[in-house]
Design a protein around this ligand. Structure first.
Ligand SMILES: Cc1cc2nc3c(=O)[nH]c(=O)nc-3n(C[C@H](O)[C@H](O)[C@H](O)COP(=O)(O)O)c2cc1C
Length: 332
């Protein structure tokens, strides 16, 4: 009985599903975009950083080539309904007219009553129920892409999905917003710490065309990154859906590329009017400092105050971030 109760609680906390709210509430213009990073307990939902399994550090795992993860947070984001039948160990997810049933330990799932064979069965691992995310997302008409170079799973609201995404720009009361670009995850990790220290929302700058590992080849003079830097290009980025009028400070994070801020960050600055606001730049890098990248930021945001930058690493502590923030009069 204790075991069953434990399993039930686990399921309630962890079951992941992509469900929709009202049928017909399709919104492809601001379609939901969820990004998950392998080896990260965080996801972004329309650019806002969230924990996959709030209060825990559960990360996606790969079993036989399929990614399993807990995503109670995703259920909450999408307002889906989750049912649980204790006697059969069956979870039922409903979304409009769609219904998915998954059974722990079974490779047979049911979509609108029709049996489907899963590549990998739902499983309980370390007390968390791990579900095959691609199957669930695709059953609810989301598209799922795997980006090998950045080890990311990108889930997008598809044509048939009837989801009302959360409004992406729910200001949490802070006057600051973290905007960052990260090609391989280092800056994303630091951005999460910076956002937590500043009590700020966080949004990712996403290129229209994701960078492959070859695009990022530092040693190839003709790599995409190299060409874009040398040509001072402005590669297209996805819409950010941020209402900047709500913020007076933009905390801007990026990796250093050849001593500079990456071209997509330049695109963001060129496209966004940050007049009168304070920009606080931070970066990650192999070893270079941030100062060489600040000139371009000042050039592209001539009517903003650009503060002293901060270079962080995976080992950066909250007190180091807080110290940089306060030295630059953040929050005053
Ligand atoms: C195209 C490219 C150019 C880079 N140039 C530099 C550089 O000039 N100096 C440096 O210290 N690191 C450089 N790096 C290393 C990155 O700045 C570093 O790995 C950073 O943490 C990556 O952040 P990300 O994982 O958020 O993309 C470069 C990396 C790439 C891909």
């Amino acid at each position: 009985m204790k075991k069953i109760l434990c399993l039930m609680l686990t399921l309630l906390f962890c079951f992941s599903v992509f469900t929709a709210c009202a049928a017909g509430a399709n919104n492809t213009e601001t379609g939901m975009l969820i990004q998950l990073q392998m080896s990260s307990a965080h996801m972004t939902v329309n650019g806002i950083e969230k924990e996959i399994d709030p209060g825990r550090t559960t990360m996606p795992v790969v079993v036989d080539g399929r990614t399993l993860l807990p995503a109670r947070a995703i259920v909450e984001e999408m307002g889906g309904e989750v049912g649980w039948d204790e006697s059969s160990g069956t979870a039922t997810f409903t979304s409009g007219n769609e219904e998915i049933r998954l059974i722990v330990g079974s490779r047979t799932a049911y979509v609108n009553g029709a049996a489907r064979t899963l590549d990998v069965a739902p499983a309980v691992m370390n007390d968390r129920t791990m579900l095959p995310i691609r199957f669930i997302a695709e059953s609810f008409h989301f598209t799922v892409d795997w980006q090998e170079s950045s080890q990311r799973i990108i889930i997008k609201q598809g044509e048939g999905a009837s989801v009302v995404p959360n409004q992406p720009n729910e200001n949490n009361g802070s006057q600051a917003v973290v905007i960052y670009f990260s090609a391989t995850g280092n800056t994303e990790t630091l951005a999460a710490k910076v956002a937590a220290a500043a009590g700020a929302d966080s949004f990712a700058i996403l290129p229209e065309t994701a960078y492959t590992s070859e695009d990022l080849n530092y040693n190839n003079d003709n790599s995409r990154a190299n060409r874009e830097i040398n040509g001072d290009e402005r590669p297209a980025i996805q819409p950010l859906n941020v209402d900047f009028s709500q913020y007076d400070t933009v905390i801007l994070g990026y990796p250093i590329w050849w001593g500079q801020c990456p071209p997509v960050v330049r695109t963001f600055l060129a496209n966004t009017d940050l007049s009168g606001k304070t920009i606080m730049p931070f970066c990650t890098s192999g070893s270079s400092g941030i100062s060489g990248s600040l000139g371009k930021i000042r050039e592209l945001a001539p009517n903003s105050t650009v503060t002293e930058g901060f270079r962080g690493t995976g080992a950066t502590t909250e007190s180091q971030i807080t110290s940089w923030l306060s030295q630059n009069r953040f929050g005053e």
